[in-house]
Design a protein around this ligand. Sequence first.
Ligand SMILES: [Zn+2]
Ligand SMILES: [Zn+2]
Length: 385
Amino acid sequence: MNHSEIKKLPDEKKAINWVGALFLTLSPIAAILFTAMHLYLDGFIWEIWAVAILFYGMTASGITGGYHRYFAHRAYECRPWLKWYWALTGAAAFQNSVFVWARDHRMHHRFVDSDLDPYSIKKGFWWAHFGWMLFKETEHALTVAEPYGRDLKRDSVVKFQHDHYVALAIGLGLLLPTIIGGVFGSAFGGLAVIGFARIVALHHATFFINSACHWWGKQTYTDVNSARDSLIMAVATFGEGYHNFHHIFASDYRNGIRWYHWDPTKWIIQIFRMVGGAYSLRTTPQAEIIKAQLQMDAKRLKERIHPQWQMQVQTQLDSLKVRVEAAYTRFEQVREEYKRYKTISAEKMEEIREQLRQAKAEFREALRQWREYQTYVLRTVPVTS
Ligand SMILES: [Zn+2]
Ligand SMILES: [Zn+2]
């Protein structure tokens, strides 16, 4: 890590955030101790574990689909009932109010990797994961952050949730699990498993987005910031692991853009669209995504080869790139035509379908040649690493 890159803030001593620090350090102890005691006293009550998994899914998506993709990035629009649902499930995750969370997260995107990034990875893995929450934000940081929370402040749901955050978090995150546990035979088991164990597991899964997702993985679309794409992290973080994509196209409601990319948050938002809660889901035009990826491929390749070959390789890359982009444009045009003519004669449809097949094949071929050329260069040209 290059520490000289950190944009310096005025030297202000950071005060310890005692409430946050105590909760973050004591809750894992409570989770382990209480769960062990519950298992010893009551044995395995499967209903409690099933509800804990359900609660985990609901509160995890409250953070990823609600706090993150809706409140922080406005990647789609919500009906009021869905907004309330996100605000309440998010509160039960014990990750502070929507207002603070989303404002800090916008700062993270805007000032990523600098001193104004609240969880800058340049300050180390553990700072980004955990350390930053042990301290209060300085006056200066709060002043800079103020405009990033202005619209949130005007939102009545956000305001209510912020004003009653502690009561909502304790009520929904600890008390409700205790009551549910009681229904299934152990109130203490509910508190231990559905409450503390679920909160702590979700805490660290979320914290991984700030630490591991800026540490391990591939920089598929850009290397101007430290965010990385990783399938393992996507599995661990409810789909937020395609973090390199997310940092460059933050207003896209998806993080995993392919249908097979592991992104449960995206699927949950799609389900809410089907039932009418979410609408105007924003996506990045595929052509822009391809452009960014090709640019990054070319940059990475050029960095690896000896400087005297770079010009020649660049020329060839440029022409291959033009072919890929043109093939994709053609494919999109035919696809649009296909959608438009869907209702006309079967004969015309068959003709357009054939054109679509050809356009798809040409795009795949252009992409294959693009990749093959990179392998060829790395095999035949002197590389620097
Ligand atoms: Zn990030
Ligand atoms: Zn984000």
